[in-house]
Design a binder for this molecule. Structure first.
Ligand SMILES: Cc1cc2nc3c(=O)[nH]c(=O)nc-3n(C[C@H](O)[C@H](O)[C@H](O)COP(=O)(O)O)c2cc1C
Length: 285
């Protein structure tokens, strides 16, 4: 997949045409999902496709930001075995599938939910596996606009519509520190470490409420990934945000022929990360 190209273009789509996605494209997506990138080989993840009439009304008052369900011709529902890091593993695979879909001209959007078991019940899904992702899927309606919600408990009057249809992003200097917390990275230095492209595309990653909760510390050959703690964000959302940035970084580093492998947890060194952030993973480049 041409990751750089797709990552530069992809955006969340919340307004869809009624047109159906052809069965052969679904087959291609399913095959990609089965053979695609993943964090762990031994966690089984199941992909179920459902159409509008099986999902939209059923979840209208229970899924999406502020319970605003996204109407789409199709939905992809992902169920996973419950094992260590199963949410991150699913987030990684689902985001990779969303990139693949975009490469085939198909748009998508994550849909948040509070209670996975309740969603399964409403969709008549009987399974021991956990609901790990719900995705709207279809062709973008050109009138689609970016809706950016400022906080979980806001009312609809606080929804900001982004006119140029591109959601905002922080810069590399805001997200990347060199050696210690707060020491803003100089992009030239990141070039020397062979990391600039990883961050250049990494900052485009989607995140829950567009929080962009990631901060990185680059310490010689180690990249430490930290995540902002926010009281309105659930553990599930934090884990998906973690997984998505891991995927973006991996995919771009791979395309520059650098192999990296993320490890969950903290490196030995104390990076003096402030209380409102936590170290979630690190990799050696
Ligand atoms: C875990 C997660 C949950 C999300 N839930 C929703 C949602 O319920 N409704 C919605 O409109 N967008 C949702 N989004 C999409 C984000 O708001 C979007 O990715 C972010 O604002 C950046 O915009 P972009 O994807 O267009 O670049 C979610 C994204 C993630 C990663």
């Amino acid at each position: 997949m041409k990751y750089k190209e797709i990552i530069s273009e992809i955006k969340s789509v919340r307004l869809y045409k009624k047109d159906q996605v052809a069965p052969d494209l679904f087959k291609e997506l399913q095959e990609y999902f089965e053979g695609g990138k993943r964090l762990f080989d031994d966690i089984e993840v199941e992909l179920i496709r459902k159409d509008r009439d099986e999902v939209y009304e059923q979840l209208k008052d229970s899924a999406g930001y502020n319970k605003r369900m996204i109407e789409a011709p199709h939905y992809l529902i992902f169920l996973s075995e419950e094992k260590e890091h199963y949410i991150e593993n699913a987030g990684y695979r689902v985001q990779d599938l969303m990139l693949k879909a975009w490469s085939l001209g198909i748009a998508s959007c994550w849909i948040s939910f509070d209670d996975g078991e309740d969603v399964k019940k409403k969709l008549n899904i009987v399974s021991d596996k956990k609901l790990v992702a719900l995705i709207a899927l279809g062709y973008e309606n050109p009138q689609s606009k970016v809706l950016y919600e400022k906080g979980k408990y806001n009312t609809s009057s606080n929804v900001k519509v982004i006119e140029d249809n591109t959601s905002e992003r922080l810069g590399i200097r805001d997200l990347v520190f060199i050696k210690e917390w707060g020491e803003k990275a100089d992009p030239d230095e990141l070039v020397n470490y062979g990391l600039l492209e990883g961050f250049f595309y990494g900052i485009l990653a989607p995140s829950y409420m567009n929080r962009q909760p990631w901060r990185f510390i680059v310490d010689q050959g180690t990249v430490v990934l930290t995540l902002k703690k926010d009281i309105y964000v659930t553990e599930y959302e934090e884990k998906i945000d973690t997984a998505v940035i891991m995927l973006y970084f991996d995919a771009i580093m791979e395309s520059t022929l650098t192999d990296i492998s993320w490890k969950f947890g903290k490196p030995e060194k104390d990076y003096k990360v402030p209380d409102d952030y936590k170290i979630v993973a690190y990799c050696v480049v």
